[in-house]
Design a protein around this ligand. Structure first.
Ligand SMILES: [Zn+2]
Length: 298
């Protein structure tokens, strides 16, 4: 394709759909975060279409008439965040022109985009499809809805309390949970803290206590990386972890006689010390472990 050739709108739509399927497949196989290099390497029909722009937050392929993706870096100059209405408030790029024009076009056309949010430098979680639902020219800001359902609200610039609460809840599910998962699993080096299983597709980021701060992105010290089995046992309080980092198994289970999952997967974990993250700042909070341990069913 020559540099000035455009994709037709049908082709652009097909590429967006292919991109979502590409991201879906990665997530199904346990990917929970994306490195910059792999996002730059996405191809459609043999043509490479980088998903990030190396110098700005808005990715506008020349062959597209509307934006393909937007990005907030983990610590960069982008002053964007999810606010308590559940929208990402994405500031206009400082230079007027192509960048903002193609995002305005994405708003007019209602096309779906991908939102990449930095977890740490060069690594992102992906939320998609997302939509530009308002262009707040007075504040030079686009409002980005992280969930399809938010597109059908009344005036996004003047939402009711009910709508804001709903939007906030959606933002937690769609962005904060993937961020929490990426941060916790990375902190524990892709390893179940109890049994050392190392398959991200079989690992979860478990909350120690339910995260009650509706605005806060759940923090790593309130998380544990657990395999599916140990996550379920922890959630049902059949397995506890005390503040001295020791694993406890429910008494009934300890004395039951059954197959290898019970014996090796649960009984032999009793009394073991959990594997801690490398960074001290990522250690599970002793206060939270203590609080949660009260619920453990001895
Ligand atoms: Zn495990």
């Amino acid at each position: 394709m020559s540099p000035d050739a455009m994709y037709s709108s049908a082709e652009q739509q097909a590429i967006r759909e292919d991109l979502f399927r590409w991201l879906d497949r990665r997530l199904e196989f346990g990917t929970y975060e994306f490195a910059r290099e792999e996002l730059l390497g996405y191809t459609y029909d043999g043509v490479r279409i980088p998903l990030l722009d190396t110098s700005r937050g808005i990715r506008n392929p020349r062959e597209f008439d509307a934006t393909l993706s937007i990005m907030t870096s983990s610590q960069g100059p982008y002053d964007d965040a999810v606010t308590d209405d559940g929208f990402v408030h994405y500031r206009y790029q400082s230079r007027d022109g192509g960048d903002n024009r193609k995002l305005k076009r994405a708003h007019e056309l209602g096309v779906p985009l991908v939102y990449f949010h930095g977890v740490r430098p060069g690594v992102f979680v992906a939320t998609y499809p997302v939509y530009v639902i308002a262009d707040d020219e007075a504040n030079r800001t686009f409002l980005i809805a992280l969930d399809d359902s938010l597109r059908f609200f009344g005036d996004p610039l003047h939402m009711s309390d009910h709508e804001r609460r709903y939007g906030e809840r959606m933002a937690r599910q769609r962005l904060h949970q993937p961020l929490f998962r990426a941060r916790v699993i990375h902190a524990y080096a892709n390893t179940c803290t109890v049994c050392h299983l190392k398959h991200p597709e079989l690992l979860d980021a478990a909350h120690i206590v339910a995260d009650s701060d509706p605005n806060g992105i759940a923090t790593v010290p309130n998380g544990l990386t657990l395999c599916k089995m140990h996550h379920a046992a922890y959630d049902r309080n059949l397995m506890g972890i005390s503040a001295d980092y020791i694993v406890h198994i429910n008494d009934g289970l300890l004395h039951e006689v059954d197959g290898p999952m019970l014996k090796h997967g649960l009984q032999e974990m009793h009394g073991r010390r959990i594997e801690l993250p490398q960074r001290r700042a990522d250690y599970p909070s002793k206060e939270r472990l203590d609080e949660r341990f009260l619920a453990f069913d001895r």
